[in-house]
Design a protein around this ligand. Structure first.
Ligand code: CTP
Length: 402
């Protein structure tokens, strides 16, 4: 049997801290090893001994305590955690998580860990609804954390409002969901393309597009977090390469085609999220074109359609493409799915403001051979998770005998 997965349960200083005891018990019932780290404030509400007794493991609080079972506690705990659940999370804890402040053991562990993060807030309504708290929660969500929203009901103060910790069962479901994802791409090789290609016109100018690369980078990061060996073939972007990803930097559609074709055979899946220029200046000037010599027109030539070519060559690979549409989104995307021999098309409505090119959010339809899935507006990080969930499903289906 595989070793039990480890959840690091972070308890912060809220009256709801006692509910974390039930949460620990339910997680253990699901076969999970639970290790607890409390803030000093949390230990004012519930004794560490309670968690130690329930989980069978020492409880971390103090950054500078002599280590017992653990080595440098924040580093080894961070590496050991398959998922981190902060429940209850106070407004102060959420602010520290959002800002990357590491003034207690718990926050140092979170900062040092790559594990998925589940945050379950609990606080008084005004604090919960305060734009500062909501902004911090949005920040955490945009980085991929799962927020199990507080619920409405009677609060410790006697007031009624939103701010009660979600029921432990709901938090357990969120944690188990993250654990399920934790290594589901282990052993797979995924090739992701991202960014907008630049097609030279002369020594300094190019034809480009407004792609930011955010979705492709988020997909590459999500695949790496879930255990895949990831190659990210990227046209220029303003983004930093995600951790644990092999970055191949390219500029033009031609360079991207070469980099992708070269690595296609060894890939199990390809996600073409790059905005590849369909055409380039036919005769780019080697020097800079002087303004007095400005051409009246620029002759263009068609570039290879990388994805269509992959569709022709594909053996066992899962192929995911993107489509930028303005009308009949799903129908047009289905046309591309069939024409390019793809397994999934992520279809954008590029006519809508606030989503798509350059924005942090997107609203898309996932078009597969049999059905469409319309996703609500969400951050590109959350969208990446949905796309990778589908990718995992497609790989699993491929692995199954017909
Ligand atoms: N693509 C590619 N090579 C190209 C152009 C596009 O691999 N030369 C890929 C993109 O990465 C994306 C998908 O194909 O995954 C987009 O398909 P495309 O037919 O270009 O769709 P649209 O951009 O929506 O273009 P059209 O104007 O044809 O509707």
């Amino acid at each position: 049997m595989a070793d039990a997965q480890t959840v690091l349960l972070g308890v912060t200083g809220s009256i709801a801290a006692y509910k974390a005891v039930e949460l620990a018990r339910l997680l253990i019932k699901r076969g999970v090893t639970v290790k607890t780290v409390m803030t000093e404030a949390a230990a004012e509400f519930v004794t560490p001994l309670t968690f130690r007794s329930i989980t069978g493991h020492p409880v971390g609080i103090d950054m500078f305590e002599e280590p017992t079972e653990w080595k440098a506690a924040h580093v080894s705990l961070a590496a050991e955690a398959d998922a981190i659940a902060i429940a209850p999370a106070t407004a102060d804890a959420i602010a520290k998580l959002a800002e990357g402040i590491a003034d207690e053991l718990l926050f140092s562990v979170v900062l040092a860990s790559k594990a998925p993060l589940v945050v379950a807030p609990a606080m008084h309504t005004e604090m919960y609804e305060n734009p500062a708290t909501q902004h911090n929660l949005d920040l955490l969500r945009s980085r991929g954390a799962v927020v199990v929203e507080a619920q409405s009901g009677q609060l410790a103060s006697g007031d009624v409002g939103t701010g009660r910790l979600a029921p432990p069962e709901k938090i357990v479901d969120a944690v188990m969901g993250e654990l399920g994802r934790a290594r589901d791409l282990a052993g797979h090789r995924v090739l992701v393309s991202a960014g907008g290609t630049q097609e030279p016109l002369d020594a300094v100018r190019y034809l480009g597009n407004r792609s930011s690369g955010k979705t492709g980078y988020a997909i590459a990061r999500e695949c790496a977090l879930r255990g895949a060996a990831v190659v990210l073939v990227s046209a220029p972007t303003a983004l930093r390469s995600p951790r644990d990803v092999e970055l191949v930097a390219v500029r033009t559609a031609e360079e991207m085609a070469e980099a992708v074709f070269e690595r296609f055979d060894e890939a199990d899946a390809v996600v073409m999220s790059a905005a590849v220029a369909d055409f380039s200046p036919a005769e780019p000037s080697i020097g800079k074109i002087k303004k007095d010599a400005a051409p009246k027109s620029i002759a263009l030539r068609r570039n290879v359609d990388i994805l269509a070519e992959l569709g022709k060559r594909k053996a066992k690979q899962v192929l995911i493409g993107f489509a930028a549409e303005t009308d009949d989104i799903a129908a047009n995307a289905r046309g591309k799915l069939e024409a390019k021999n793809l397994d999934l098309v992520v279809a954008n409505d590029v006519s809508r403001p606030g989503v798509g090119f350059g924005a942090d959010d997107n609203e898309v339809v996932l078009v597969g051979p049999d059905a469409d899935e319309t996703l609500r507006r969400m951050s590109k990080v959350q969208l990446a998770r949905h796309i990778v969930d589908r990718l995992v499903g497609l790989l699993e289906a491929r692995g199954r005998p017909a």
